[in-house]
Design a protein around this ligand. Structure first.
Ligand code: SAH
Length: 360
């Protein structure tokens, strides 16, 4: 009977559903190769082919026929299918991907000087149920696999190569799409390992940011398991009651405990934590809100991202006027915390922060 070894377990072809090649990080791939007595050099060749060259054909490059046949027979090389693409006037691109079980997720390419940041989803829907977020209205359907996360990047890259040739440069990765990335820690961690691998896409560690609503079990694993990758916290209010309304998991993992957990994460000299703050009209946009926010973040390696609320069908919150937003920033400036007002990109195609909801 034909079988192969995956992490020491004999897998027979009869009961084997092919595993995605894109679920393997580099060391998993080396393990598979060693356990099946294939040539060691195949790992670098395959990673290079699929992640550096980003080819969508089978690898025929410097690889033994037997190794090639082994991978073709035992691994699945398909990626999430592009269902629809929306291109915004500002060149933001929103992809709707169809997964094998017909669930859909969204991914956004955000342009800056003919290069792109990619905003990846980590779950189908989200369990956090934040009151200001369109994705939360869907509820959590399931976690994404590593291959579905990495696949968003590869498919978006290939779309750029085909539709905007010469612009296929995705230099930043942010986990700010659908889902709570720290709620799907293992798959997100493995995707980061693949992105960081020198044999693969070789993205710089400082170019990846994971955003969380403050899921403490994930934050506790952070410093040991994904050091160097940037962390962003969705803070949104320094006041307990307001934050409870915005982010229900604040009741289980209150902000002061979240901040204390984050403070324990070792940062290198140039590194800082990004604190995201959605500005909602007449809710959390007063000078008192800004003062309290400045007080709790003063002295930390912090960077504040002010995100004027992006509306979506059925939302009851509103975006404050620009002068109110600027006044909020002025108060924070007195605390000497670097603060940026983030401009909304892609909101004409519902691709801005919090507007992703793949049911629509
Ligand atoms: N679950 C993670 C990542 C997804 S949300 C988190 O909570 O951080 C990514 C960012 O978009 C977060 O800062 C989130 O608060 C913000 N966001 C969500 N809905 C928004 C909206 N309607 N307008 C502006 N920003 C929004």
């Amino acid at each position: 009977m034909q079988y192969f070894k995956l992490f020491g377990i004999n897998i027979t072809r009869r009961h084997f559903l092919k595993q995605s090649f894109y679920d393997l990080n580099y060391s998993d791939l080396e393990t598979v190769i060693n356990q099946n007595n294939l040539n060691n050099s195949a790992a670098a060749v395959l990673f290079n082919w699929h992640y550096k060259k980003k080819e969508n054909t089978q690898c025929h490059d410097k690889i033994a026929k037997s190794s090639l046949a082994f991978f073709q027979n035992n691994f699945d090389f398909s990626l999430p299918e592009i269902d629809t693409v929306h291109e915004s006037k500002d060149r933001t691109v929103k992809f709707l991907f169809k997964l094998k079980d017909n669930h859909k997720i969204e991914t956004v390419l955000i342009p800056f000087h003919n290069k792109y940041s990619i905003c990846l989803s980590s779950q189908v829907g989200c369990a956090m149920n934040c009151s200001f977020c369109f994705t939360g209205k869907q509820g959590l359907k399931r976690n994404l696999t590593t291959s579905e996360i990495v696949g968003q990047f590869l498919q978006a890259w290939r779309w750029l190569a085909e539709n905007r040739p010469g612009e296929e440069r995705i230099l930043n990765i942010v986990f700010m799409g659908q889902g709570e990335p720290l709620h799907n820690f293992d798959a997100v961690k493995k995707a980061c390992e693949i992105f960081l691998s020198q044999h693969g896409t070789s993205i710089g560690v400082q170019k990846i940011t994971i955003s969380t609503a403050g899921y403490i079990p994930g934050l506790k694993r952070w410093s040991l398991e994904i050091p160097g990758v940037n962390l962003a916290l969705s803070l949104h209010s320094p006041f307990e009651e307001k934050r409870n309304e915005l982010i229900p998991i604040n009741k289980k993992y209150p902000l002061d405990e979240v901040l204390a957990t984050i403070d324990k994460i070792p940062l290198n000299k140039k590194q800082f934590i990004t604190y995201e703050y959605i500005l909602i009209k007449d809710f959390n946009d007063s000078p008192d809100d800004a003062k309290k926010l400045g007080t709790i973040l003063a002295g930390k390696s912090a960077y504040i991202n002010l995100i004027p609320f992006n509306s979506f069908p059925g939302s009851h919150y509103k975006r404050p006027d620009l002068d109110k937003i600027e006044k909020f920033k002025e108060v924070l400036d007195t605390f000497k915390i670097p603060t940026l007002i983030r401009s909304a990109k892609g909101d004409d195609v519902l691709a801005a922060c919090g507007q992703l909801n793949s049911k629509n």
